[in-house]
Design a protein around this ligand. Structure first.
Ligand SMILES: Nc1nc2c(ncn2[C@@H]2O[C@H](COP(=O)(O)OP(=O)(O)OP(=O)(O)O)[C@@H](O)[C@H]2O)c(=O)[nH]1
Length: 399
């Protein structure tokens, strides 16, 4: 074989080796690429749309219909247009006959006293022990020691004269005695008559918490019910809520309320209320005062000043002391402090529906020397009544 041919075979051998190596290298590189190729980032999971949150009452029927039940959603509620609130002026009933209307409330709270006394007085033998029991019943009902003694003495004498008694006679005797102590002859008319162009002024005094502001509001209603034009003065500047409360009472019956800044001078509010009453040609101005029993002189100064400034423009015709019937002797002591610092002309006895101790009517009149003119017989706006002694005594005795 010639040398050239031999060389050519050697070159061919080399070339084949190179090709094989190149193919193997390519395959290896491809495998490595597949193994380590960069991964494409997965897209974020798509969140299913959230179901609308329905109010409790709309969710409940769907649950009751069972799983898979379809619920028809109510059409979206259009927000209501803001309504213009026109306060409705109420027409309260007149004051006359209110105590008769509220008689059942009184009977409910007071008749146990009457029943007890009638039972004791109807016994065949009325010995000292029974008389002691009668005395105790009267004292427990807050009648007061000395009116109780007077009543028991009178009853003893009359029972002796009568001898045997029918239940009607016993009732008659007790009625007579109770009525005498309540005293139907006292003048209980509210002085709310206008003086020419000037309105009458009523000052409401008493300890806070006795129902003073409530009574002022109820009185305004009652006077409006009697056809009078009323202006209110919120001179209880000590308690901010009292002015709001009074204003609400006034708005309900169309009466304007004059108020001042919280903690301001009560006398200045009383003065402005009187001026407003004159300007509006009102019949009555009712001024609610603060009832802080800080010191007696402080109270005297405050109420004295309120009265003096009103009297620059009008006359204070009525000073009503509000007393909570449920507070018994404690309330009575506080009432006495007021009576010492201001000339009280009448008592408004509140919450008489909430106590069996109706005898307080007798004792408070006696202690303070002024008549009970108004009684509160409930929380309703028209549950304030002119006091009527006969209705009161009959409610105690029952039918
Ligand atoms: N049952 C009954 N509740 C009454 C009577 N008078 C007032 N009240 C209630 O007593 C509650 C308490 O009244 P008070 O705490 O004295 O409040 P107020 O009327 O603002 O009185 P002041 O604090 O004195 O201004 C209120 O819910 C009144 O409705 C009443 O004659 N009978």
């Amino acid at each position: 074989m010639p040398d050239d041919l031999e060389n050519w075979h050697v070159v061919e051998g080399y070339l084949a080796v190179i090709v094989i190596v190149a193919v193997v290298a390519l395959l290896a590189a491809g495998g490595l690429f597949l193994l380590f190729r960069p991964r494409r980032k997965a897209p974020p999971p798509v969140k299913p749309p959230e179901a609308p949150i329905l109010p409790e009452e709309e969710r409940r029927p769907a649950a009751e219909e069972g799983e898979g039940a379809t619920t028809t959603l109510p059409p979206p509620v259009k927000p209501a247009e803001p309504a213009v609130v026109v306060p409705e002026i109420e027409v309260p009933p007149p004051s006359a006959g209110r105590m008769v209307r509220l008689r059942s409330r009184l009977a409910r709270s007071q008749s146990s006293l009457g029943r007890g006394l009638l039972d004791l007085l109807s016994r065949d033998r009325l010995d000292d022990e029974v008389w002691d029991e009668i005395e105790e019943s009267l004292i427990t009902a807050d009648v007061g020691v000395s009116p109780t003694r007077i009543m028991v003495e009178e009853l003893r004498t009359k029972v002796k004269v009568l001898g045997s008694r029918t239940s009607q006679e016993v009732r008659g005797l007790l009625r007579e005695q109770l009525l005498a102590q309540v005293n139907p002859d006292l003048d209980r008319t509210l002085r709310v008559q206008k003086h020419g162009e000037r309105p009458a002024v009523v000052l409401i005094v008493g300890v806070n918490g006795t129902g003073k502001t409530t009574t002022t509001g109820k009185l305004a209603r009652s006077l409006v019910g009697d056809g009078k034009k009323v202006v209110l003065g919120a001179a209880d500047t000590f308690r901010a809520a009292a002015a709001d409360q009074l204003q609400t009472w006034g708005e309900r019956v169309g009466a304007d309320t004059v108020r001042g800044p919280e903690g301001g001078d009560p006398a200045s509010v009383a003065f402005d209320a009187t001026a407003k009453g004159i300007e509006e040609k009102a019949d009555v101005v009712i001024v609610d005062t603060a009832g802080r029993l800080h010191t007696k002189t402080g109270l005297m100064d405050e109420l004295g000043k309120v009265k003096r400034v009103i009297e620059k423009k009008a006359t204070v015709d009525e000073v009503l002391l509000v007393l909570d019937a449920t507070t018994g002797q404690n309330g009575m002591r506080q009432a006495q402090v007021f009576a010492e610092v201001v000339n009280i002309t009448g008592i408004a006895l509140t919450k008489l529906d909430g106590t069996a101790k109706g005898g307080i009517v007798i004792s408070v009149q006696r202690e303070l020397g002024v008549p009970v003119k108004l009684v509160g017989l409930g929380e309703g706006p028209d549950d304030l009544a002119p006091f009527d002694p006969e209705v009161f005594v009959d409610a105690i005795l029952g039918d």
